[in-house]
Design a protein around this ligand. Structure first.
Ligand SMILES: [Zn+2]
Length: 485
């Protein structure tokens, strides 16, 4: 059913494109006819009233004019662009002077504004510590912040994720597209709310059970054993699912050689270069990171191995920053969105940090190393992605925006950061419809007021599946609701 629908959509688009190329000279009037054809053959999802109330634009044909556009593929921005969107897909993109705007289009003048592809977050949970499911408020925070697709990267409530994902897909709830995960796998000594494999059959049954329900990702956690990881990867791939890991007992090299798809958190979860490492045991200390030469041959060799084996790396800088006493501050919008319980936890943490009065900047230096590790991997040709890994005062969506700022601090250009946060995410999700601003792609994108280098937080509109949402309306309604007891 899903396949049929997708291929029909594709066929419709190709037909329209061919027709359009054939009669390009006839421009305006023809396009109007074509657009209405597109309307009749391809309907947008109908939204429930509870979702529609956040929608500012719902026309089938929309023309955005005078925009500055970052395509999400790493190219330099283009100015004075006009983009015509038909039924939620980019139909025409070009200089203002080159594009004929269909007569039936709703025109939005974006002078002084920037367009980027919708953010694709690939470590974007719907749970936080102590709360196994915060999906309904998290979804709103994600979308309002410009995150239009998430991969949840391990779930504490897989069934609830699947249900929420369906509701959003059917237009009954507001949020990003959700690519769901199964429950976490770990090993002896690991968290008791995760799957600790009893035997091979246990692993295979678990993966079959969840993939049948539509899950496409599994995450292995710190105590996972090598023999189990091998079975998990083999079975997941057999069921058309992918595996990523927050590693510790297993090294990046071992996991890469076993065929894992992705590795989370970068340097902060590496155990490859730990002195006296007991293989198969998760030893949490990270001091060895402080002495590691990131530019050394052995680190470069590991990066090259990951690149050769097509293993992506996910950056989660914002949540790491939240553990640095001198940098661990919540802004006003975060405090507004957090529940009284989370606010009081935050205040206690702050009080503790303030009392430390230590000049120790070890963690700050470690952040710089984590950044350097990711920068080198990317520059060598590795697929670096990003995700928020919400927790502490790092909120869904807001934390993704903080990642943008921190990746810039790591030395990446704006174009590179956007590539990491959009098209690279789409690439690891094997979704060629999203992640960039190109003709024929889904028009999931974000309108930002002014220059993005200064204010990625200033989200003015978020388009997803043909609808333009007003982020301020969404945020107004969630005050005090994130992380309720
Ligand atoms: Zn996580």
């Amino acid at each position: 059913m899903q396949l049929k629908k997708t291929s029909l959509k594709y066929l419709t688009f190709i037909l329209l494109l061919v027709t359009f190329i054939n009669c390009k000279k006839n421009s305006k009037t023809e396009l109007v006819v074509l657009s209405s054809d597109a309307n009749s053959s391809e309907k947008l999802i109908e939204l429930a009233q509870s979702v529609l109330k956040y929608v500012k634009y719902s026309s089938r044909v929309i023309a955005l004019t005078n925009a500055t556009v970052f395509d999400g593929k790493g190219n330099s921005p283009k100015e004075n662009q006009t983009l015509v969107i038909v039924n939620g897909y980019f139909w025409l993109i070009g200089k203002n002077s080159e594009i004929d705007i269909p007569e039936n289009a709703t025109i939005i003048n974006l002078k002084g504004k920037t367009i980027i592809p919708g953010i694709v977050g690939v470590h974007n949970h719907l749970h936080i510590p102590q709360f196994p499911f915060v999906g309904e408020v998290a979804s709103k925070l994600y979308l309002a912040s410009g995150v239009t697709t998430i991969q949840t990267c391990g779930s504490a409530s897989p069934q609830k994720e699947i249900e929420l994902s369906k509701k959003i897909r059917n237009g009954q709830f507001i949020g990003p597209k959700i690519v769901t995960s199964g429950p976490y796998f770990t090993g002896d000594g690991g968290n008791s709310n995760m799957i600790i494999p009893r035997n091979e059959k246990h692993i295979k049954d678990t993966i079959k059970y969840w993939t049948k329900k539509g899950v496409r990702w599994f995450k292995v956690y710190r105590n996972t054993q090598l023999k189990d990881l091998k079975i998990i990867i083999t079975e997941a791939h057999k069921q058309n699912a992918k595996v990523t890991g927050h590693l510790c007992s297993i090294t990046f090299e071992q996991a890469t050689n076993l065929g894992i798809d992705g590795i989370e958190h970068g340097l902060n979860s590496i155990s490859d270069f730990r002195k006296n490492k007991t293989f198969g045991i998760c030893d949490g200390s990270r001091e060895y990171i402080d002495e590691l030469d990131i530019n050394s041959q052995k680190v470069k060799q590991l990066h090259q191995l990951m690149i050769d084996k097509n293993v992506f790396l996910t950056s989660t800088l914002a949540i790491y920053e939240a553990s640095i006493p001198k940098k661990s501050f919540a802004d006003k919008r975060t405090l507004d969105a957090m529940s009284p319980f989370l606010v009081s936890q935050y205040q206690e943490r702050r009080k503790h940090y303030d009392n430390l009065k230590s000049n120790d900047n070890l963690r700050e230096k470690r952040l710089k190393r984590i950044m350097a590790f990711e920068y080198q991997f990317f520059k060598m040709g590795g697929t670096l992605t990003a995700g928020v890994d919400a927790g502490r005062h790092i909120l869904p969506g807001f934390g993704d925006q903080r990642n943008f700022e921190l990746l810039k601090n790591a030395g990446f250009t704006t174009e590179e950061v956007l590539k990491i946060m959009t098209s690279n995410g789409a690439k690891v999700l094997s979704n060629s419809e999203i992640g960039s601003i190109e003709k024929g792609k889904k028009a999931d994108f974000v309108v930002i007021e002014g220059n993005i280098e200064k204010n990625i937080r200033n989200v003015e509109l978020v388009f997803k599946d043909g609808y333009g949402y007003d982020p301020n309306l969404i945020l107004q309604e969630i005050k005090g609701k994130f992380g309720r007891e």
